[in-house]
Design a binder for this molecule. Structure first.
Ligand code: TUI
Length: 310
């Protein structure tokens, strides 16, 4: 399954793992890369030295390419951006902001730069700034989201830029991968399905919520604050949405979610924790190794596409 993205990144399959905060640590990243996709370390809000350790641990587990996701709302993003260069990381994805000021530095160091975007305007700006590809991420995604759907965003980004486009948001199986090719994408980025991977360190309670989730179990908090976050519904989201409706201030809302993703991932707090997941959670039904997932997805897509190249 050769595409412009498998060629650009030197990977076997056009499947990239999302840079999920707390979830995308070295075990998961190494497993996805070993299985022929592109594993990603999610730097999220981690201190630069923790990101360096994570990178070194992936290198111990695999010789295959992997990447780092730099979350641009992190005040430490400039230091993390530097660590990526010092450690000779080959691929960077970015999220939750404009990576413009880092692109030249990364390019000079030979790093492939793939910003995650949620609009055509941002995709065009990233192309002008020298990005090698973009991830067009629809609102079906988990975590911090834009407003356009994957079905509408991907073909519009494909038409607007010459660099390869990776589709994200609502993709969880071979049908999603085949559909992404039909929209003009050269690869997919998946998050939610990998949260429940055997190699994922996510607490079993959180995995179980994803595996049991139905199509409509997803909720978006923070629309009123300008930072919409997609999560699975629980006591925290009910309280949060009620407080948003009552016009409670940003500070109090932030207090409700402080540390809530960590407590969901690490402690399995599925009541008050932030269960970030995409709308495709309803389709995710079993824990498998990353290799089993990737092989199943590729086989299904190949069968649907009748072995045609995208
Ligand atoms: O980044 C994500 N998803 C994320 S980051 C994250 S960590 C977090 N936790 C709590 C609160 C806030 C963040 C959880 N999920 N996806 C990629 C993505 N990037 N989606 C949308 C965007 C985006 C948004 C605005 C990209 C660029 C952008 O530009 C704004 C600007 O600066 O002009």
């Amino acid at each position: 399954m050769k595409t412009k993205i498998t060629e650009l990144l030197g990977i076997e399959y056009p499947i990239i793992q999302g840079g999920m905060a707390w979830v995308a640590e070295y075990h998961l990243a190494a497993a996805v890369s070993e299985a022929g996709g592109l594993g990603i370390i999610g730097a999220a809000s981690a201190p630069p030295e923790v990101v360096r350790e994570q990178i070194q641990k992936v290198k111990e587990l695999t010789d295959k390419p992997f990447g780092v996701n730099v979350m641009l709302m992190n005040p430490n993003a400039p230091e993390v951006a530097q660590v990526v260069v010092e450690e000779g990381v080959k691929v960077v994805t970015t999220g939750a902001g404009n990576p413009g000021k880092f692109i030249d530095m990364w390019k000079e160091a030979g790093v492939k730069v793939i910003p995650v975007v949620a609009s055509v305007a941002m995709a065009k700006m990233m192309e002008r700034g020298g990005a090698d590809a973009v991830v067009a991420e629809g609102t079906e995604s988990g975590g911090h989201i834009g407003s356009a759907t994957t079905m509408t965003l991907v073909p519009q980004v494909v038409d607007a830029v010459k660099i390869p486009v990776i589709a994200a948001g609502g993709i969880g199986d071979g049908r999603g991968l085949a559909a992404a090719f039909m929209l003009g994408a050269e690869a997919v980025q998946m998050g939610t399905r990998f949260v429940v991977a055997k190699e994922s360190i996510v607490h079993p309670n959180y995995k179980e919520r994803i595996i049991k989730a139905k199509d409509i179990d997803s909720e978006v908090t923070g629309r009123s604050t300008g930072h919409p976050i997609r999560v699975l519904r629980n006591q925290m989201t009910r309280e949060y949405l009620k407080m948003e409706e009552e016009g409670v201030g940003l500070e109090e809302l932030e207090r409700l979610t402080l540390g809530s993703l960590r407590s969901a991932v690490m402690d399995g707090d599925v009541v008050k924790g932030s269960l970030m997941a995409g709308q495709i959670a309803g389709l995710v039904s079993k824990e498998q190794t990353c290799k089993e997932m990737i092989e199943e997805i590729v086989a299904q897509a190949e069968s649907l596409l009748g072995q045609r190249q995208p």
